[in-house]
Design a protein around this ligand. Structure first.
Ligand code: FEO
Length: 394
């Protein structure tokens, strides 16, 4: 990756990870990702914003060398997670006079994760400014996007917000700036869904805090730089609002076809009601897609066969994941198919304490659905649809 100029004396020096396919060994990265880092050259001081995942440090350090920097005075650490902080020790080796500039909480994390010492740091407070000579950094604490220590750094003269994970997207691209606005919002929605969604109340406060700033560029630490920040700010406003779409997500597994028949029948019923429905077969699903749909779905129905006297483990893990994401869904239920017994419905029901949704009485069907079961499904889908229509964004 070459060094790229963002504005006068501001350069992108991070690394593109074209090959990475998973994050946290949980989230698929169908389009790779990038770890963005930026150099800001003032007339007196030079600052580096964040670093890169350690396995990309060679490329990153070569970028720094290509800039022929005589020194780096400050390494600004907006977030302690290692995909941004992990190469700080290598930068300190190359530029031993540099100090890591961050907040108290991030400092404590970096000491734990990277074995840095107190003397490596300059600790800053919320709202503090750091002059570089003709360029001034202002630190804006934006906690819980998505860790407690996260902050953003605003370059006052150039009106650039370096937001780290906040507003980021996973995509490996050689473009510095957003080229395809529709695509970046889809990428950013997936990213928001996977790690930001549980913290939307905090994000709301952080968004309010950012309103006083005139922002020309948002330069996150994953994905391209926004030259038109309005598109991502508007998208986030929508995602963090309480509004939902008239949409029902049905994550399901079917072992012998009974649950599949139930899901197909429900799918048709929702189509008839004019409600968008998204059945997702968990045996081939991408968890990122499930998370994305949960950003604005009005309803979720977990559909499972019974196996080993309980719900199918893939449905269990999806219920766990959905609960952890704390989506704003308004209506939830469970449909299950069993052969001889078990406790799958209660099991799933007990796994959703964080989902503050109305529960439609779950439906348990023995074996392949029969005429009387289809009548029950008619009633179930009608009750569910009516609630979606009342609770959705109509
Ligand atoms: Fe991109 Fe939370 O790290």
């Amino acid at each position: 990756m070459a060094v790229r100029k963002l504005t006068e004396d501001v350069f992108s020096v991070g690394a593109i990870d074209w090959d990475r396919k998973m994050f946290d060994d949980l989230i698929p990265l169908p389009d790779g990702t990038s770890y963005n880092s930026y150099v800001i050259m003032g007339s007196d001081k030079t600052a580096l914003i964040d670093t890169v995942e350690p396995n990309k440090k060679e490329e990153f350090l070569n970028n720094l060398k290509a800039l022929n920097l005589k020194k780096i005075d400050y390494i600004i650490s907006n977030h302690a997670e290692q995909d941004h902080s992990g190469s700080i020790p290598d930068v300190l080796k190359l530029y031993p006079m540099a100090k890591v500039v961050t907040n108290a909480k991030c400092k404590s994390f970096l000491k734990e994760f990277l074995l840095l010492k107190d003397e490596d740091f300059i600790e800053i407070k919320d709202g503090e400014e750091l002059p570089l000579g003709g360029k001034t950094l202002k630190f804006i604490f934006t906690p819980w996007v998505h860790w407690p220590e996260t902050m953003s750094t605003y370059l006052i003269e150039d009106k650039i917000l370096f937001s780290c994970d906040f507003f980021g997207s996973h995509r490996a691209t050689s473009h510095l700036f957003v080229e395809d606005e529709h695509r970046v919002i889809v990428d950013a929605k997936r990213y928001y869904a996977e790690i930001m969604m549980p913290f939307r109340v905090s994000i709301r406060k952080n968004m309010e805090k950012l309103e006083q700033y005139n922002i020309n560029y948002i330069a996150p630490s994953h994905g391209p730089v926004y030259q038109n920040p309005k598109i991502i700010l508007d998208a986030y406003r929508n995602w963090i609002s309480e509004d939902v779409e008239k949409k029902v997500l049905i994550p399901y597994i079917s072992m012998h076809g009974s649950t599949k028949r139930i899901v197909e029948y429900l799918t048709d019923k929702f189509v008839d009601e004019g409600i968008e429905v998204i059945p997702i077969n968990l045996s081939v699903a991408d968890v990122g897609q499930i998370a994305m749909e949960l950003v604005d779905a009005a309803g979720v129905i977990f559909a499972t066969p019974y196996v080993l006297a309980g719900a199918h483990p893939l449905v269990v893990s999806t219920a766990y994941f959905a609960n952890a994401l704390r989506p704003k869904v308004k209506v939830v239920s469970i449909v299950a198919s069993y052969g001889w017994g078990g406790v799958g419905v209660k099991q799933i029901q007990g796994m959703l304490p964080n989902i503050k949704a109305e529960l439609v009485e779950p439906l348990l069907i023995k074996g392949y659905p029969k005429a009387e079961d289809f009548k029950k499904l008619d009633k179930f889908s009608k009750v569910f649809s009516d609630k979606i229509k009342k609770g959705g964004a109509l």
